[in-house]
Design a protein around this ligand. Structure first.
Ligand SMILES: NC(=O)c1ccc[n+]([C@@H]2O[C@H](COP(=O)([O-])OP(=O)(O)OC[C@H]3O[C@@H](n4cnc5c(N)ncnc54)[C@H](O)[C@@H]3O)[C@@H](O)[C@H]2O)c1
Length: 398
């Protein structure tokens, strides 16, 4: 890339950022408002400790152990045989039965937290207190006050803190954000996100307090839509439970206490509205053959001069279909996958640590998504529309 290219790209980003704000009307905040410290790890390889050796760790560990810039030094689970099994399979030298033993054991730079959602806050807090960088599965905590506390703790201790999902780093997100900012679609007016399946069958916590389809699945669409349209200013939500009980592998029959069917509407300001529907009571689209998965749109963006639709899921997309007014055909763009992976977030932030940079995933965005989800539950409980206070650095460009 020559100097002229760099200049053109800078000019483009500056211009598109301003256009993005004009499109949706969301306020652009100076980057100094989000001064999260990201220290540089001065080593050849980032040393990783992974805690929570359940289902998703089976997808994280092949990704982490295949990166030449990462060394997985330890694994941990309160069910020790799960940690031992992962250690044997992925040749990890140290195994621990709890976070305290892990923090006191073999040194590591980045904690990868793939525990159950109710364990995220206490585990993240202990690791940040011990001055470890943290990549947390979503959400970062169950309550927005806990999320704020974690971000403050990370700032105070000068460590990096990130939470899944990683969809803002995908080529399709970048394509959609840049297309919206490019202006040809006109003013963005409305958007829709959908993600659901029949519900996990392995762990009870998905259905207990602190679980639910919104935190587990809707979180992806809330991240994508706020990432594309800007921070939400207010939220209206409704949730429902359809099954009084569920059968799960770890506890047998359990009472369903968390949302299984959820609708969430966001007002992004200046007339821009979006909505997310999510549930554990949907057909299993994830298991369709990949040719059919492509036919599923999960994110729809509607504008005054065109329309844009994401093929596949926002965490694993196959392309973006766009049609402009007067050009009646939907054309597929951005079929590439780069080295993006839905379980690649921890590897992405390990690279950020080697370079001493924040990257596109920010804790403020994660906190905003958590506040929107909290607001949805509050709206269901009170029958009211709920104001959202938090914001984040936007627009997000790759
Ligand atoms: N399973 C998936 O396909 C998937 C996909 C994307 C994201 N996620 C997210 O990943 C996280 C984990 O999901 P999962 O399906 O792997 O759950 P899981 O129930 O299969 O595994 C969680 C593991 O964490 C352990 N654990 C819980 N609290 C702990 C603590 N305090 N210290 C140490 N270990 C602890 C449990 O013993 C269990 O082995 C969740 O946030 C989930 O939303 C899961």
């Amino acid at each position: 890339m020559n100097n002229q290219d760099i200049l053109n790209r800078r000019q483009f980003l500056k211009q598109t950022a301003a256009t993005g704000a004009a499109l949706t009307g969301a306020a652009l905040l100076p980057s100094t408002a989000f001064a999260t410290a990201v220290p540089r790890v001065n080593r050849e390889k980032v040393r990783v400790g992974l805690i929570g050796c359940g289902s998703v760790s089976g997808a994280y560990l092949p990704n982490l152990t295949s990166q030449p810039f990462i060394e997985v030094v330890s694994v941990c689970d309160i069910i020790p045989e799960r940690a031992r099994k992962r250690a044997d399979r992925f040749k990890v030298p140290n195994v621990y039965p709890n976070i305290d033993a892990m923090l006191a054991g073999a040194p590591f730079d980045l904690l990868v937290n793939t525990t159950s959602m109710p364990s995220h806050y206490p585990v993240n807090k202990k690791a940040l207190e011990a001055r470890r960088n943290v990549w947390s599965e979503k959400p970062m905590a169950l309550e927005v006050s806990q999320g704020r506390e974690l971000i403050e703790l990370a700032r105070k201790n000068g460590v990096g803190f990130w939470a899944a999902p990683t969809c803002v780093t995908s080529p399709q997100f970048k394509f959609m954000a840049e297309t919206m900012a490019g202006g040809k679609l006109g003013k963005i007016t409305a958007a829709h996100g959908v993600y659901g399946h029949g519900g996990p069958g392995w762990s009870a916590w998905f259905y207990e307090k602190g679980g639910g389809s919104l935190y587990d699945l809707g979180v992806y669409n809330v991240t994508t839509l706020t990432g594309l349209l800007g921070p939400a200013q207010e939220v209206v939500g409704m949730t429902a439970v359809l099954n009084p009980t569920r059968k799960v592998e770890d506890k047998g029959e359990v009472k369903v206490e968390a949302d299984e069917n959820t609708m969430l509407i966001m007002n992004h300001g200046h007339g821009v509205l979006s909505h997310v529907q999510t549930g554990f009571v949907y057909f299993d689209g994830e298991h369709l053959p990949s040719t059919d998965k492509r036919k599923l749109y999960t994110i729809d963006i509607v504008a005054t001069k065109g329309t844009m639709h994401l093929q596949g899921w926002d965490w694993e997309a196959f392309g973006v279909d766009v049609a402009y007014q007067g050009e009646a055909e939907l054309e597929t763009h951005c079929k590439e996958s780069w080295d993006y992976s839905w379980v690649g977030g921890a590897s992405y932030v390990a690279k950020c640590l080697l370079e001493g940079k924040q990257g596109l995933i920010t804790p403020e965005h994660g906190l905003h998504v958590l506040e929107v989800m909290n607001a949805c539950h509050e709206s269901q409980a009170t029958g009211r529309r709920i104001a959202v206070e938090s914001t984040f650095k936007w627009p997000i460009f790759g």
